[in-house]
Design a protein around this ligand. Structure first.
Ligand SMILES: [Mg+2]
Length: 272
């Protein structure tokens, strides 16, 4: 026989999200694909805000500086404070500041170099202290990779802004920074320090900013390894979306099991 009291208090759909006070939300593939917002994503974010949940955006995007990302999100109709956006360059800048060294060889594209202006020296002629590799797109050439390799062999430290395998571009799945970071590691024998997801330090930056503990936060993402696997490793619950780079076969073959799976961020209300 059914127990009405039990059913009232313990809705199985919502139970898994009990005690959640905030969210870490991936950008690419979760809020938008290319220049197209995911339908209903703007409303989902404003509903979170209205419901009093804390949230921060935590993206491995390394082609744009934080200011440009912010402008782009605003243009798509997302009302998000710029300070809510956390990207790997911010984590790298914080790390470089701590070391007191500043000669950087940047292997990046777009305007992401603007995030590094406060700490990185240019044209100094000195040997680089750091080789910093992001998702560099067309800037990945033999010459550029080889220059990065030579800096490493002369003593530079390897910083990977992210080490994702691929991402969903407008025209299809595309190589991210990971394959090239791995090539540089292989050639130089050095291990990269990874700044973006799934680095626990990166999640911790955003959690600290919200003033929440890992058990109170769920990560929403479209990457089974860096978003879902990384957040689970850090002790968070996870929500996997069927948008962006989501592929049914990858979900089936991965050992990682998300806490919840939803069609898109627009369906978030159904599980809260
Ligand atoms: Mg993504």
């Amino acid at each position: 026989m059914k127990n009405p009291a039990f059913e009232k208090d313990r809705n199985p759909v919502k139970m898994k999200m009990e005690g959640i006070k905030g969210f870490l939300i991936d950008l690419d593939g979760v809020l938008y694909i290319g220049d197209q917002p995911i339908p209903g994503a703007q409303a989902a974010i404003s509903n979170l805000m209205k419901s009093g949940y804390a949230f921060r955006f935590i993206s491995n995007t390394t082609r744009k500086c934080r200011k440009t990302l912010y402008s782009r999100l605003s243009a798509m109709g997302f009302e998000i404070p710029e300070e809510y956006i956390f990207t790997p360059p911010l984590a790298a800048v914080a790390y470089i500041k701590k070391t007191g060294r500043k000669n950087c060889f940047l292997l990046t594209t777009g305007d992401v170099d603007r995030d590094f202006e406060p700490v990185c020296a240019r044209d100094s002629g000195a040997k680089p202290d750091f080789v910093i590799v992001g998702d560099a797109g067309e800037a990945i050439t033999y010459d550029n990779l080889n220059s990065a390799f030579r800096c490493l062999m002369e003593g530079a430290e390897l910083i990977a802004l992210e080490k994702d395998r691929y991402w969903m571009a407008d025209d299809g799945l595309s190589l991210s920074a990971g394959p090239f970071v791995q090539a540089l590691e292989f050639a130089s024998g050095k291990k990269a320090m990874v700044m973006g997801k799934p680095s626990e330090g990166f999640f911790a930056m955003a959690l600290f900013d919200m003033g929440l503990q890992t058990g109170e936060v769920a990560m929403i993402g479209d990457d089974i390894y860096t978003d879902i696997g990384g957040a689970q490793q850090a002790g968070m619950r996870t929500i996997f979306v069927r948008t962006g780079k989501f592929r049914e076969d990858i979900l089936k073959s991965a050992m990682i099991k998300p806490t919840r799976i939803i069609d898109s961020i627009a369906s978030l209300g159904e599980i809260l």
